[in-house]
Design a protein around this ligand. Sequence first.
Ligand SMILES: [Zn+2]
Length: 165
Amino acid sequence: MRKIRTYGEPILRKKAEEVKDIDDKTLKLINSMKETLLKAQGIGLAGPQVGVSKRIFITYDKEKENFITLINPVILEKNGYEIDIEGCLSFPEIFFSINRAKKVIVKGINEKGKEIIVEANGIIARCFQHEIDHLNGILIIDYATQNEKNFYKEKLEHLLQKSKK
Ligand SMILES: [Zn+2]
């Protein structure tokens, strides 16, 4: 289990580094990210959210009970657009409406070091885009309107205060 970093912590704003080799340390990190994600009942988690500025993310498909791990992911194609409510484990109890592609094709490396191409739709496509944003230091609040930010003002300020401790 790893501690989930929340809004205000500088690591969430750093551009994460490419993973050069998938060694034991990387595999241990991925396993601990899976445990952390299940425990938090989330659908996606990126390296920086657990304090590791590396280009790795995992998603968990609740219906299929299946993890997808992507290392050094790149979006190859985006199709269609859809606005939906989105949360983030780094922003507990905060939700913003975000316009994302409905369908994406993403290329990356899996845990075995093999290059894979994954096509995703709906919630998993949204999750891929969200997690890749994390690897570039982009957070859901960057898409929020002023009204949305005002609505969550107290919660956001609380997170910022917490991050300074
Ligand atoms: Zn997130």
